[in-house]
Design a protein around this ligand. Structure first.
Ligand SMILES: Cc1cc2nc3c(=O)[nH]c(=O)nc-3n(C[C@H](O)[C@H](O)[C@H](O)COP(=O)(O)OP(=O)(O)OC[C@H]3O[C@@H](n4cnc5c(N)ncnc54)[C@H](O)[C@@H]3O)c2cc1C
Length: 379
């Protein structure tokens, strides 16, 4: 049976709407500064993008425009981990290369950013992947600053830590209106009203439900992604594993190399992956099972049906990367995040006392704590 949700207080210094990682990071930073904080979420527990992803903070390969924010976020993640005991692994990431076209870009990156990345030869890869590296792999690139967390437990544990620290998390409170009033900002929910000096709206991809004009102005739509969890292959691999398709997606690579030859190469060797707008990558959960994804489809309303063909493309490509027997699929799911062709991060202040923050480039895990530190800078 459902327990009654936490009673909604009538006021707080800060109200955060959304208990995904962006909202919880904001609640954590505001609480650290001694502000009274209340978090509202329409669901009974975190169930959005923040638990459906890879648990990979891709700090190293962010483009110049996001690099400082990503680095600040890295510090924020590590501080949060020290204070809460929630594990954050400084495991980095490894980009796997099977062809000359991939290696050319990785070599250019290592030459341009020697403090951030190290080239790996075939025997390094064997060590990094604990013997799982497929025969076709020729080398790779270690991205030093990336972090790994368990996406399934991190947001729920952070919500639990905040509650224990005295921050009410009001689950099953659907926010239906946010308005300026004489004493701050008023937030109406399906279970009552709360007022705050400052409201931070972190409702992820459903921004248009509350602020359609803001969403329209910034051309925010939804990106839906297909994911699977595969049975444990045996050895434990700590870093996130990225591939040539990741190189096309993460902005920093295009800043140091011409990506056209790699794109042409993939058009001839992996057209299905390009058609699915895939970023083939994987991470491992603490139980050893593998999170494998992902495809990208952009629309105002996501296609509700998962495609067997897209999954086949991802798994066929994966089989060439790992030296392992076919791994049974344990779970399949769709993730959705906010996306915009106009901006990587939407961070606007419709009026003093209301901040609307949505990551619109698929890197909300990476940037969450950086955004929170920007909203609530240390005095
Ligand atoms: C498959 C997949 C893979 C990804 N991989 C990565 C990755 O490797 N690295 C990376 O950095 N990022 C990745 N991302 C992106 C990242 O997961 C998101 O950018 C991030 O989780 C967004 O966090 P959020 O808190 O804004 O959204 P969410 O986690 O979706 O949380 C939003 C919350 O707001 C609540 N809410 C919405 N509307 C209301 C309302 N009206 N009232 C009350 N509550 C409301 C929802 O219930 C939800 O709990 C991935 C995303 C997906 C889907």
């Amino acid at each position: 049976m459902l327990s009654s949700p936490t009673l909604l207080p009538s006021a707080a210094d800060v109200v955060v709407v959304g208990a995904g990682i962006v909202g919880l990071a904001h609640a954590f930073e505001a609480h650290r500064q001694g502000r009274s904080v209340v978090v509202l979420d329409r669901d009974a527990r975190p169930a959005g993008a923040s638990i459906r992803n890879f648990g990979h903070a891709c700090v190293t390969a962010q483009p110049e425009s996001l690099r400082d924010l990503a680095r600040s976020s890295r510090e924020g993640w590590l501080t949060m981990s020290r204070r809460t005991g929630i594990p954050v692994d400084e495991a980095g990431a490894v980009v796997l290369a099977g062809d000359r076209a991939d290696l050319d870009v990785l070599e250019a990156f290592a030459a341009a950013r020697p403090g951030d990345a190290t080239l790996l030869d075939r025997s390094d890869l064997d060590d990094e992947l604990a013997g799982l590296a497929g025969e076709q792999l020729r080398g790779g690139l270690r991205l030093r600053h990336d972090l790994r967390v368990d996406p399934r437990t991190t947001a729920p544990r952070l919500a639990g830590w905040l509650e224990a620290a005295g921050v009410p998390i009001c689950w099953r409170h659907n926010v239906i209106g946010v308005q300026a009033d004489s004493i701050g900002t008023r937030v109406d929910t399906n279970r009552g009203t709360i007022r705050a000096e400052q409201v931070v709206l972190c409702s992820g991809h459903d921004l248009d439900h509350l602020f359609p004009a803001v969403a329209d102005e910034h051309r925010v739509e939804r990106c839906s992604l297909q994911m699977t969890r595969l049975a444990a292959p045996g050895p434990q691999v700590r870093p996130a594993l990225l591939t040539a398709t990741s190189v096309l997606r993460y902005g920093a690579f295009g800043e140091v190399a011409d990506l056209a030859p790699l794109r042409r190469h993939l058009e001839s060797t992996a057209p299905g992956l390009l058609a699915a707008q895939a970023n083939l990558m994987l991470t491992q959960l603490p139980d050893g099972t593998l999170l494998v994804g992902d495809s990208h489809d952009y629309a105002a309303t996501p296609e509700p049906f998962l495609s067997a063909a897209v999954e086949h493309q991802l798994h066929t490509a994966l089989a060439r990367l790992l030296k392992t027997a076919a791994l049974p699929v344990l779970e399949r799911w769709q993730g959705v995040y906010a996306s915009s062709p106009a901006t990587d991060v939407l961070d606007v202040e419709p009026w003093p006392g209301l901040r609307v923050i949505t990551v619109t480039s698929g890197v909300g895990m990476t940037l969450s704590f950086g955004l929170a530190r920007r909203t609530f800078p240390r005095p």
